[in-house]
Design a binder for this molecule. Structure first.
Ligand SMILES: Nc1nc2c(c(=O)[nH]1)N[C@@H](CNc1ccc(C(=O)N[C@@H](CCC(=O)N[C@@H](CCC(=O)N[C@@H](CCC(=O)O)C(=O)O)C(=O)O)C(=O)O)cc1)CN2
Ligand SMILES: [Zn+2]
Length: 763
């Protein structure tokens, strides 16, 4: 009999309960007990809704991040938070969020300010984890308390619990050696603690433990392959059965390694990797459990159940009870419940499945395998009808858009002249000083702004009042920027709920949910819009707001857009055509907006490509194909303008060394990037490559509440000028300021402008 299970459940809550509880606790408005109680009730509810499964994940719930949780379990919090006198939960949040010196003084004055752990992307998702920190002297000590508490809770509820942990090799691979020491040297010590942990779980009568090793879908050099063998040969002594879970892609060349690890089971991502699975089956030992992730945990489309069954039945016949079924990965990356959606178009809704619906699909598959397809005839028929409706729907296709994409030629993505010519014309028009100052786009999204929009969407604030309220916010931003003395202004993005969702809402071919929240990091969520059909732009999306902002000032106002690649990567996108094609459609829509802005007299236009880098395939061998169509799409969006129009782009995640040629290929006049934390070292890539255009290296770490001093900014820019000719440097923060408070932003920007003036005088 086929076993069905789940790898992880979204923890934020169907109504973002966890977000609100966390933020209230952090503000000191509610107690730790209340937060703990909320956590327990969410877990209880989530386990209840997974009742139909044979094994239910336990321990993947987290108050902030599952990787940071693992660091706690392994006793590997950074040295700087050791010796904290307060509650361990507060210390956990100190690592997650940092603590400014000032707020520490306001609290108890005992433990001082502390820098947050670095945050980075979880594989190719929009989820961010807290990077484990190592040094050559790192030691590990087991703290199983969190896992044991959640296990006890689950047991009390009669849950068939399968504890989930991050595996030792992935944990090491995702961490950072702060002293550049060899992380792998820590493996033996780490394995001792994993062995103790597994032993502790065995002592609780646990049968299966899910050990997540997604690093197995990436290219591994020999040392890391060896680490896998070493790790699991040592852990095989454990008295529990291990299910090594891989996801986010195929095993490919790691197939043999994964198949032969001395563990009881292996989970693989079978979505889009059926051939890889068949190849794996040929070398997979009969006595081991193979768990197939047949339901897409990264997207929101209904599964084609009949197609999956056609493929699965022969495998099930061959493997019997050694076949398990699950979603491809943790359901962390999809919203909780489609049933909450009251406003979603009924036809489109019938094509979708969120976390709960995906688990229902899993049940149908299990019934079909156990009792024959006839036993779930109705469910299969209704699933087939939904898919047929999606395939046949005329709303998905737009012949005019398809023709426009087919007509794209190389000329569309090329500027009229080269950078040198353009730069001269732009300088004559814009008359900017040396070291021009600007910001990345957003100003603080205050509670007031969010509430106004909430009321507008709920229908309790009428559209004119909403528009007026947002215009007031724009006017406030412009006024503050003029007072600060910035050179190129922004409107502040008050009217945008999110840099991607906002555009999704205005494009044809998109649907959007009311409650489709997905955790991005900590308490921060995004509601990815749903791209279901050919994309077109019924009317201008941003021109009115930008024109209004420009009317308030004589300084140049930047038009602010999100680029096609980022819109693609941060949406739920259709799975019925290649991503590259969808991206080209988005590119044409953004291009039309760029041209409308230019027509309206906007002289500087920024097109954010924050997610260009994160969209890189996990395997390097696939990078070139992606980068080619991604850069092409950007160029189509950006490059239809006149030479005098200055195009900016922005990328907030560092590490450009290996893709610098593609970045240069975008041919933006100015690129702003995150650099403040890397002490400008990041610019080495631009220097070595002789990057030809202008660069704004971020001088202000917007993720931290700390206010950068004028001297620090001057120092950073002096380092920048050692790498890039000063005439091509801009001064700006690392990223947008939407998550900060005005009280933090004003002094920081004031120091930034003062630093620019100091540098100009020194020149
Ligand atoms: N899509 C996307 N991905 C990204 C980023 C990004 O900006 N966008 N940035 C990077 C970091 N990720 C981030 C992700 C989210 C947020 C963020 O601030 N999210 C907000 C979203 C809030 C939101 O969209 N609110 C809506 C809904 C309004 C609403 O519900 N108002 C409430 C008020 C309470 C509230 O929600 O705050 C009400 O009326 O009851 C709006 O403004 O329209 C949050 O979680 O707090 C920041 C960074 C990487 N990935
Ligand atoms: Zn950014």
């Amino acid at each position: 009999m086929t076993t069905i299970h789940n790898l992880g459940f979204p923890r934020i809550g169907a109504r973002r309960e966890l977000k609100f509880a966390l933020e209230s606790y952090w503000k000191g408005e509610s107690s730790r007990d209340a937060l703990n109680a909320l956590g327990a009730s969410l877990r209880q509810r989530h386990w209840e809704s997974q009742q139909g499964l044979d094994l239910v994940p336990v321990g993947e719930f987290s108050f902030y991040d599952q990787v940071l949780d693992m660091s706690c379990t392994l006793g590997n919090l950074p040295q700087r938070v050791h010796g904290f006198h307060g509650d361990p939960l507060d210390n956990y949040f100190r690592v997650a969020r940092g603590r400014s010196t000032e707020s520490a003084e306001r609290h108890q004055g005992c433990c001082g300010g502390v820098a947050a752990g670095e945050m980075t992307k979880w594989f190719d998702t929009n989820y961010h984890y807290i990077v484990p920190e190592f040094t050559s002297t790192t030691t590990f000590t087991l703290d199983p308390s969190r896992l044991l508490e959640q296990l006890a809770e689950a047991r009390q509820q009669g849950v068939k619990a399968k504890p989930v942990i991050i595996g030792p090799v992935t944990y090491l691979a995702l961490g950072k050696a702060k002293d550049d020491s060899d992380k792998l040297a820590l493996l033996p010590a780490l394995l001792d603690v994993y062995a103790q942990l597994l032993d502790t779980l065995a002592g609780q009568g646990v049968e299966w433990v899910q050990v997540d090793e997604p690093i197995l879908v990436t290219e591994l050099d020999q040392d890391w392959q060896h680490a896998f063998n070493l790790a699991y040969h040592q852990l095989k002594a454990a008295r529990v059965k291990l299910l090594v879970a891989t996801y986010f892609g195929q095993l490919q060349e790691n197939r043999y390694l994964a198949a032969n690890l001395p563990v009881a089971g292996l989970h693989v991502d079978a979505v889009g990797g059926q051939e890889d699975v068949l190849a794996l089956l040929n070398l997979f030992p009969d006595h081991k459990v193979l768990s197939l992730g047949v339901i897409d945990g990264r997207n929101i489309w209904k599964t084609d159940l009949v197609a999956v069954l056609d493929w699965l039945e022969p495998i099930a016949a061959r493997r019997g009870d050694k076949l398990w079924l699950a979603p491809s990965c943790s359901l962390l990356h999809v919203p909780v419940d489609l049933g909450s959606e009251q406003q979603l178009d009924a036809e489109i809704k019938s094509w979708l499945a969120f976390a709960l619906q995906k688990l229902d699909e899993l049940q149908v598959l299990a019934h079909a395998l156990r009792g024959g397809r006839a036993s779930v005839q109705d469910a299969l028929a209704s699933n087939a009808a939904s898919l047929a409706s999606r395939r046949a729907s005329t709303r998905v296709t737009n012949p005019a858009v398809q023709q426009a994409v087919a007509a794209i030629d190389a000329g569309l993505g090329a500027r009229k002249s080269g950078y040198v010519q353009r730069a001269a014309e732009q300088a004559a028009l814009l008359k900017l000083p040396a070291y021009p100052t600007t910001t990345i786009g957003s100003f603080p999204q205050t509670a007031q702004i969010r509430q106004a929009r909430g009321a507008f969407k709920a229908g309790t604030l009428d559209p004119d009042d909403y528009k007026r309220a947002m215009q007031e916010e724009i006017a406030r931003s412009v006024c503050e920027q003029e007072a600060l003395g910035l050179d190129v202004l922004v409107h502040g993005e008050a009217e945008r709920n999110d840099m991607v969702e906002y555009f999704g809402e205005q494009l044809e071919g998109y649907a959007f949910s009311q409650f489709g929240w997905v955790q991005s990091y900590g308490s921060r969520c995004v509601k990815p819009p749903i791209l279901f059909g050919d994309i077109s732009r019924p009317k201008a999306m941003t021109v009115e707001w930008i024109a209004y902002a420009q009317s308030l000032t004589d300084k140049p106002m930047k038009g602010m857009l999100t680029g096609p690649v980022t819109i693609l990567n941060w949406s739920f996108v259709r799975d019925d055509q290649p991503r590259s094609l969808t991206c080209k459609q988005l590119a044409l829509a953004i291009r039309a907006e760029v041209l409308d802005l230019e027509q309206a007299g906007v002289r500087v236009i920024q097109i954010d490509e924050a997610a260009l880098r994160e969209g890189l395939p996990l395997r390097k061998s696939q990078w070139k194909t992606y980068l080619d169509w991604a850069v092409d799409s950007f160029r189509i969006a950006a490059n239809g303008v006149q030479d005098q129009t200055q195009i900016h782009t922005h990328m907030c995640y560092s590490e450009f060394n290996d893709i610098i040629a593609s970045i240069a290929g975008m041919d933006a006049d100015v690129i702003t990037i995150e650099t403040s934390r890397s002490d400008m070292e990041l610019l080495d890539a631009f220097d070595d490559f002789n990057y030809p255009n202008e660069i704004g290296p971020g001088v202000y770490d917007i993720h931290s509440p700390n206010i950068p001093s004028q001297a620090h900014i001057v120092e950073l820019m002096t380092k920048a000028a050692q790498r890039i000719p000063a005439a091509r440097l801009w001064i700006n923060p690392d990223c947008g300021l939407k998550t900060r408070q005005w009280e933090e932003v004003l002094p920081a920007l004031s120091n930034m402008v003062a630093a620019a003036r100091e540098l100009r005088q020194a020149a």
